[in-house]
Design a protein around this ligand. Sequence first.
Ligand SMILES: [Cu+2]
Length: 141
Amino acid sequence: MSTGSRGRSVRVLISVFAVAGVLVATGCGSNGENADGTPTSTASNSATPTTSGPRTPASTVVTVADMTFSPADITIAAGDTVTWKFSDRVPHSVQGIGDAAMGINSPILTKGEWSYTFTVPGTYRYLCPLHPEMKGTVTVE
Ligand SMILES: [Cu+2]
């Protein structure tokens, strides 16, 4: 006797899942846009409390050797400088992916180093254009 109402509630459940599915699909779409290198803002959090006084800009070294950026993924603060130190038998370079990372563009080097100062928070992906499987990410907070 209650089969009718149960059938209706099943149908309601199905439509709820359908709406949820659309929302999930929409979320994936916007993530896909970020994948092209657009900086993902992390500025919503207020700065973590630190000791008083202005922060001293730091320098982080990424080694370019054995066909690898190491460490490949680093997190720095805005104003920090990243220095890539090249030491391999084949030449490499550092080239940003996407509009936000356009300033990241080193010469092709086998030895030596190249530095870039990141002033705007965001996520910057880069690769070696000579060996596109060599990739790295700089997250600026
Ligand atoms: Cu390379």
